[in-house]
Design a protein around this ligand. Sequence first.
Ligand code: NAG
Ligand code: NAG
Ligand code: NAG
Ligand code: NAG
Length: 293
Amino acid sequence: MAKGDKKNEWKEFFWNPRTREFCGRTASSWGLIFLFYLAFYIFLAGMFILTMYVMLLTLDDNKPTYQDRLATPGLMIRPKGEEMEIIYAKENTESWDTHVQALNSFLSPYNDSVQEQKNYACKPDQYFKQEDSDSVKNNPKRSCQFRRSILEDCSGLTDRYYGYDEGKPCIIIKLNRVIGMLPGKDGQAPSISCAPKKYKIGKDEWIDDTDKMGEVAYFPRNGTFNLMYFPYYGKKAQVNYSQPLVAIKFLNITLNTEINVECKIIANNIPNLNERDKFAGRVSFKLRINSRN
Ligand SMILES: *[C@@H]1O[C@H](CO)[C@@H](O)[C@H](O)[C@H]1NC(C)=O
Ligand SMILES: *[C@@H]1O[C@H](CO)[C@@H](O)[C@H](O)[C@H]1NC(C)=O
Ligand SMILES: *[C@@H]1O[C@H](CO)[C@@H](O)[C@H](O)[C@H]1NC(C)=O
Ligand SMILES: *[C@@H]1O[C@H](CO)[C@@H](O)[C@H](O)[C@H]1NC(C)=O
């Protein structure tokens, strides 16, 4: 009968009809516990909302309160290819058409007409500063025009295939946005420089593809990002901002072989030999153009 006793004990614990207790407590005791927790959680939620509200009051919509100091901005290429590899066959239109399409859509916001409508023709070769005064916010801020025609042979206007059909492809390089960055000092604009990337072929043996890369041309011709595109004030303050671009055209690249290229930003106030961060201020990619002849 011991088994039945245990079962009854349990049953009684769960609901005791004599004392009218549920799980060892009366209804009013349960009610008090419930009330206590309700008040407790309402208090916690209130605290949370209050601190959140006070925090948000201290934030400025147009400027990050905290920002990691990026000494060197990142670079990106267009077209990206797959895994930064641009491989195509000159005679096979389909193999490069996706690159041409990617450049077309990337450059469409840079259409001269679009830029003239949205943006301001700034004075070149100097920073375009639009600081707020203490009481008056200078928002929204204007942005400078970057018209795609500046990219000449790589603008897609004179040569609508960006040289891909001739085996002289254009690659467009853009500088990632960094709020408040003022690259270059003493009026010297930052520029892009591309060179064959050194790679390891054996123990302590490094080579590069200097002889295979051939001559390149930059657009704009001096390969610079004009100072007037800096500083950048953030997406909210500067809604129409267009990142400046530099295009590089490979004029005499060796066909049917893979070429490793690395492009860097050169500015007199950006340390570009940062060995700790392999991606700061530089971008590397592989280029291979196949051809039957
Ligand atoms: C940009 O201009 C080209 C011709 O110059 C036109 O075909 C294209 O539709 C334009 N794109 C936009 C987004 O306006
Ligand atoms: C942004 O561009 C739009 C047109 O697309 C224009 O109406 C607006 O004034 C521009 N804003 C600024 C701050 O330049
Ligand atoms: C680079 O070229 C652009 C456009 O051709 C020009 O506005 C700028 O002044 C030049 N910058 C330098 C440093 O030569
Ligand atoms: C193109 O490069 C080849 C070597 O790869 C060289 O022999 C030739 O002279 C170059 N042509 C021009 C126009 O620079």
